[in-house]
Design a protein around this ligand. Structure first.
Ligand code: SME
Length: 161
């Protein structure tokens, strides 16, 4: 299946998951599984969520698919993850070996994308995806991953979780 068709299929499937999932928590678990299974270059897919009331603010590993990571808690001033959450912007790194911010999760990882999740305009967490392929995240990937993160934000807003 061509990548564009696969992305469209996944877009429809995640929208359906958002509808049928009883909670944002369930939705996030099902979403990471779907993205990991269907998007062949997405070798690690997971959420980091901001811990409520933590001082200093901390990102905590949530639902994920792929190998266990040593980074279960990431301060906002560390890593690609910290950069995305603190700036509220998508960060794409085509070659992680060249980015001094990068915190290694797996030696095989070559590129990474991190997309913030917003609830009522505030960053509450992020969707992080690692690939074993350099520059794996095209504008089409960025678009579908931002769509996924947006759906999680909307689901969290609805459910008040
Ligand atoms: N690479 C991330 C850390 C998380 S692992 O990729 C799962 C970072 O630099 O923040």
């Amino acid at each position: 299946m061509p990548v564009a068709a696969r992305i469209e299929e996944v877009r429809t499937q995640v929208a359906e998951l958002a509808q049928v999932s009883p909670s944002a928590h369930v939705f996030m678990h099902k979403m990471v599984k779907l993205l990991h299974e269907r998007m062949l270059k997405y070798n690690w897919v997971g959420f980091y969520m901001l811990e409520l009331g933590a001082q200093p603010p901390m990102l905590v590993l949530g639902a994920f698919e792929g190998a266990m990571t040593p980074h279960t808690r990431i301060p906002l001033n560390q890593g690609i993850c910290g950069a995305a959450a603190s700036s509220g912007r998508t960060v794409i790194v085509d070659d992680v070996s060249k980015d001094p911010r990068y915190l290694a999760c797996s030696l095989e990882t070559k590129s990474e994308i991190v997309v913030p999740v917003f609830v009522h305009g505030k960053v509450v967490g992020e969707l992080d995806i690692d690939s074993h392929f350099p520059a794996a995240f095209t504008p089409e990937d960025q678009d579908i991953i931002q769509y996924c993160a947006m759906l999680v934000g909307k689901k969290l807003e609805k459910s008040g979780e």
